[in-house]
Design a protein around this ligand. Structure first.
Ligand code: SF4
Length: 364
């Protein structure tokens, strides 16, 4: 029912909040929206679907129930709890920010979106989500969902990823944003984008609370909106991956602290696709002498800007030169037991095809 005393923008916020009250998704972090819970869920939800996040969220909170516990935790435990979610810089920043909160804010999360953005890994979107949901700050949390709804509502037909589009979306939401229930309004928009104004396939305009005022619906242009320009092509890197067994353990190494999958553990690997005849020579550069090699097949992993095309080999080694006491270990290789592989070292899902082929009967 329409209240004729309301302006159009008031009406939009009113109908959306009413719709939210009847249709809101029940999510664990919404049932107990402390700043830590909202923050953790928002970081996990970046690039990851809600259904995939639920279990990780529960497991993470069970192990690290407070910001203080997170700040005191070992970084390897944090990445282990994150294993499988990908984009590991998110969990490293989460840990860093928890330390910042303990050291610089006396253990309490800052309350304004401006202050929240001083924390590691918290950008404008996450800061706005936390500040509005936990502290009722009047600020739209603009992400892909809100940009899509904005483009369709207004018929915005230019590149949606541009700064101009973001500024236009901000102005649109600023006009319709209510003075209270700011967190609910952002969450209503998130739900509208996730369940009604869908990114893939036809939007459910018939159940959209904003349908009467939507330009894309009136013009039947939802298929063209938002305008997304084609992405730059991903670069392709070829790699040869080794599962090297030596004295009942598997060789691993830690990736550099900066760049892709920074600070995580990986199987030794060489740039390029080595031929079978080149394996022994390469393994000698790592100090290993191979007594048996077996192909583990090829695998592909797609990151945002690059693809890894991998070829894997299982290696049984009977000697490791670098293992001699007192000698420095080239390439920072080390050996991990079955228990350490299970509980301590996080191997990114990029290597999943090879992780699945680890022979536990070769390990102590
Ligand atoms: S009417 Fe349809 S296209 Fe417009 S915002 Fe609602 S779901 Fe999206």
């Amino acid at each position: 029912m329409t209240d004729t005393n309301l302006t159009k923008t008031e009406l939009l916020s009113d109908v959306l909040l009413n719709w939210y009250d009847r249709n809101r998704r029940i999510l664990p972090w919404r049932e107990d929206p402390s700043p830590y819970h909202v923050w953790l869920s928002e970081i996990m939800l970046q690039q990851t679907r809600v259904e995939a996040v639920r279990d990780y969220y529960a497991r993470f909170l069970e192990a690290l129930p407070t910001i203080e516990a997170l700040a005191k935790a070992d970084e390897d435990l944090c990445t282990k709890l994150w294993q499988g979610l990908g984009y590991y810089s998110r969990v490293r920043n989460l840990h860093k920010a928890a330390v910042q909160i303990m050291e610089e804010y006396g253990g309490d999360m800052p309350q304004s979106s401006r202050e929240l953005q001083k924390l590691s890994g918290i950008g404008p979107y996450t800061a706005a989500a936390i500040a509005s949901i936990c502290f009722d700050e009047r600020i739209p949390a603009i992400d892909g969902n809100l940009l899509r709804v904005f483009a369709r509502m207004t018929g915005y037909d230019k590149d949606i990823k541009s700064n101009t589009a973001k500024a236009a979306a901000l102005a649109f939401y600023d006009a319709v944003f209510p003075q209270t229930r700011c967190g609910d309004f952002n969450q209503a928009l998130m739900d509208l984008g996730a369940t009604v104004c869908l990114p893939n396939g036809a939007p459910h305009c018939e159940s959209c609370p904003w349908a009467e005022h939507c330009r894309a619906k009136a013009d039947e242009t939802w298929q063209q909106l938002p305008v997304i320009l084609p992405k730059a092509k991903r670069t392709i890197e070829h790699k040869t991956i080794f599962l090297i067994y030596y004295q009942g353990k598997l060789a691993l190494r830690r990736r550099p602290d900066k760049g892709l999958l920074a600070g995580l553990y990986e199987y030794p690997n060489a740039e390029g696709t080595l031929r079978a005849s080149e394996l022994s020579e390469y393994l000698r550069t790592l100090g290993f002498s191979a007594i048996q090699t077996r192909s583990l097949g090829t695998a592909k992993h797609i990151f945002t800007h690059k693809e890894w095309h991998m070829t894997g080999w299982e290696i049984l080694a009977d000697e490791w030169e670098e293992f001699s006491p007192g000698k420095p270990r080239r390439h920072e290789l080390f050996l991990a037991s079955a228990a350490e592989l299970q509980d301590v070292y996080s191997i990114p899902s990029a290597f999943a095809k090879y992780t699945k082929q680890i022979r536990t009967d070769y390990l102590d």
